[in-house]
Design a protein. Sequence first.
Length: 204
Amino acid sequence: MPWTATSRYDTAVADGGLALVQDLLNTIPAGRPRQPDLLGELDSARTWLDSALSDWTATTGRSLPSAVLDDRGLEELQALRADLRAVVSAPDRGQGAAEDEYLRSASVGLVLAADGSVVLRPRGQGWRTVVGQFLIEVLEAQRADTWRRLKTCRNERCAVAFYDRSRNNSGAWHDVRVCGNAVNLRASRARRRAALEAADAEHG
């Protein structure tokens, strides 16, 4: 099954190379029953990364030099995941930040292709190449105006990354039936409790 991490949560896959970023975000432990953290151990992280890069190649027609993930690379992937999740989940997302507020950097280069187009390619070796490609996919999604459609479920107990395909980009849940209904039910119960407590206080 393609996109190993995202497919665990039965949610829409992002378009193009952005699916690679979504899959990284969905390596977190989430869902019911709780899925494992695919970046929790080096072996599982290597297995996930190999699969994700294979899916990315099949989706985009591009490829990266093979990179064997080591302990440092695992730490860098975990940190990148945390940074990307913080950005995607931020309530003020897209409103800009101070010019010196940088979370992550990577070395990339401009390459002139045979057809005359200029493309970005990651530089370096090992995990550096991988991190560079993740950031390139974010940049390309921003240019294509699809980055804003990659979101995390508003249900804090879930936080699965989903691709919002609604026309007005108003989606809030990775699955309305699973998370939307659960959150709305909890909110309804909280309102009823508050109303009962207020009534008791008034008549107390």
